[in-house]
Structure formats: structure tokens, C-alpha cells
Design a protein around this ligand. Structure first.
Ligand SMILES: Nc1ncnc2c1ncn2[C@@H]1O[C@H](COP(=O)(O)OP(=O)(O)O)[C@@H](O)[C@H]1O
Ligand SMILES: [Mg+2]
Length: 317
């Protein structure tokens, strides 16, 4: 289980601490409402920081729009029902589900739908105990930590094991369902995982299915998008691709995509880490070469070409 705090770098949102102005004079335009909540900033960062994911970005914006309008309605004294915000994020590994969940937590916080905007990420083992009587306290403990924020349940379908009649996962599901219904103004649950398994899970858990209001599907990245993601990761780490290395990295991506256990952006991140290791040992071996900043930050084609992705199958090391 890991716990990620809400917006650290950004100022406290207006939504969480409404100014007297907000209470007295409701905003007259969407732009004013957006300015009041500062949600546009998070949406812009999402657009800017994450490569691709257009359908996901559109859906996130739609959800934000719904909530902004909902707030406006409330401020105008119109009837509102607290919207159901539980979501499912489906897609293959490394497609950005956890990353977007964090942004979603920030958006919900800005708009005042969760008090703190932190994200607690868990899997089955964090919720389900090994012995009778252990599951309920475990699940409740996790729920307590997540209150006021987002509970992100990765591979949520592992909670349900129909082949095992006595499985304690069912107990966790029932507690989750209760809280998702009764405390939905204080906790948003995001279930994540592979699309097909999630669909099967929903089919056998109509209670869960009916509580999930938003389904976001994360597509696999194209080779171009993966290359752009790689450039961004390298940039963040103050590395650059040397002459010819971009072409080699593209060839690497195209090969890697067809190989087993390919995990989209995560595979890329790992590949770049290995390239950095090779760069370091290459520089380390050239004992007498002057190492300027340029050399220290450049990934050369050879740093990528040494990957086993380029070796003919059967020779893998
Ligand atoms: N669209 C993107 N743009 C830039 N980096 C991304 C993008 N999608 C994923 N990443 C990076 O790839 C890694 C895996 O993403 P993650 O959100 O953990 O995927 P998932 O939860 O779907 O397995 C993270 O390091 C993340 O920063
Ligand atoms: Mg993840």
C-alpha cells in the first residue's frame, strides 16, 4: 500500500476554504467558477504533462465540467444530488492509470468533493486477511486512511474469487460497497486493472457495477507516443539522446512492443534506466576521457543497442 499526499506544490484550493465572496456572490460564468476552484490549472497540467491519452483527458475534463456545473447549481440554490464519483480505470499495465488517478484526486479536491485529495493505492493483500476475522479490520483500516481522498484499488478483480467459496475477498467487497454508498461524499473509489477482467468482475458483482459511475479506458500507446514519453522522462532526468540515438530508441520501441511482458510507458522507463546504467559504465571505462556536462548527459546509440531486445532470440542473456 502506498499513500500519496495531495497537492503539495500548489496553494490551498478555494474549494476547500471558500472565501466569503464565493458564499455571497455565486460566479456568473464557467470561467469565474473555474477560476474560483483553480481546477483549470490541474486540467492544463494533465494535458501538458501527459503524452497522448486524448480519450482519457476528454473524459476527465467532462467529469470536471459536470462537477463545476454541479457547484454552480448548488450556489444558485438549485437542487443537486451529491454526484456519484466512483470510477473504473481500465487498460494494460503502464498506460498511465495510477498517474491519472493522482491528478483526479487533485481535481476532486480543488472542486471540493474530497477534503484532502490524497490517494491511497492498495491491492487485494492490503484489504483481505489470511484468517477468519482479519479481513474486516484490515479493510476498515485502509478505508480510514483513504477517507477524505481517493482509494485506488489496483487489480480490483482479485478481490473476487468465485472458485473459492470461503474466500475472504467477498467480505472486503461488502464493506467497500457499503462505504461507497454511504460515505460517497467523503471517499472516491477508483478500481483499476485489465479491461476484460474488470468486465467479468462487474458481471459477477452487480453491486460494484452499479456504484461505479465513470468508466475510463486507457489505450495502449503508439510507438510515437512512447518515444515522446521517453524524451520527457530523459528531460526530467537531465539526459539527452545523442546523435543517432533517437532512431535507435525508436527501433528499440518497435521491437519491444511486440515482445512478451511489454508494459507501455513502464517498460520505457525501465529501458531508459538500463540505458543510463550502460552509459555510466561506458563513461567509467573511458578513464582518461574528459567528462564534460555534455558527455555526462548523453545517451549514445550503443547504450541502447546493447539491450537484449536487439539480440536474436535464443541468445537472450
Ligand atoms: N502519458 C504519459 N506521459 C508521460 N509519462 C507517462 C504517461 N503514462 C505513463 N507514464 C509514466 O509511465 C509510468 C507508468 O505509469 P502508471 O501510471 O504507473 O501506469 P499504470 O498505473 O497504468 O500501470 C509512470 O512512471 C508514468 O510517469
Ligand atoms: Mg498502476
Amino acid at each position: 500500500m502506498y499513500h500519496l499526499p495531495g497537492n503539495r506544490a500548489t496553494p490551498p484550493p478555494a474549494a476547500a476554504q471558500p472565501t466569503p465572496v464565493a458564499a455571497e456572490a455565486p460566479p456568473r460564468t464557467v470561467a469565474q467558477a473555474m477560476a474560483q476552484t483553480q481546477v483549470e490549472q490541474v486540467l492544463a497540467e494533465l494535458d501538458h504533462d501527459l503524452v497522448g491519452l486524448q480519450p482519457v483527458k476528454t473524459r476527465v475534463r467532462d467529469i470536471a465540467a459536470l462537477l463545476v456545473i454541479d457547484r454552480l447549481r448548488a450556489q444558485h440554490g438549485l437542487q443537486t444530488q451529491s454526484p456519484s464519483l466512483h470510477m473504473s480505470f481500465t487498460g494494460n499495465p503502464g498506460t498511465g492509470k495510477t498517474t491519472v488517478a493522482l491528478r483526479m484526486a487533485a481535481i476532486l479536491h480543488r472542486l471540493g468533493y474530497v477534503r484532502q485529495g490524497h490517494l491511497v493505492a492498495v491491492t487485494r493483500d492490503d484489504l483481505v486477511g489470511q484468517y477468519i476475522g482479519h479481513t474486516a479490520p484490515k479493510t476498515r483500516e485502509v478505508l480510514k486512511k483513504a477517507m477524505g481522498g481517493v482509494l485506488f484499488i489496483d487489480e480490483a478483480y482479485y478481490l473476487y474469487k468465485p472458485e473459492n467459496e470461503r474466500d475472504y475477498g467477498q467480505e472486503a467487497i461488502e464493506i467497500l460497497l457499503q462505504v461507497m454508498e454511504n460515505q460517497r461524499d467523503d471517499l472516491v473509489v477508483i478500481v483499476a486493472g485489465y479491461k476484460d477482467r474488470m468486465e467479468t468482475f462487474f458481471q459477477s458483482n452487480p453491486g460494484m457495477n452499479s456504484r461505479i459511475a465513470h468508466h475510463l479506458d486507457f489505450p495502449d500507446y503508439t510507438a510515437d507516443e512512447l518515444l515522446a514519453i521517453a524524451q520527457r522522462i530523459l528531460n526530467e532526468q537531465s539526459y539527452r539522446l545523442g546523435e543517432g540515438a533517437t532512431d535507435v530508441l525508436r527501433a528499440y520501441i518497435e521491437r519491444r512492443m511486440t515482445q512478451p511482458h511489454f508494459a507501455n510507458a513502464r517498460s520505457l522507463r525501465n529501458a531508459l534506466e538500463r540505458a543510463r546504467l550502460r552509459q555510466a559504465s561506458r563513461l567509467f571505462q573511458a578513464q582518461d576521457v574528459a567528462l564534460d556536462a555534455q558527455r555526462l548527459c548523453t545517451i549514445e546509440p550503443s547504450d541502447i543497442l546493447a539491450s537484449r531486445v536487439f539480440q536474436v532470440s535464443g541468445e537472450q542473456t
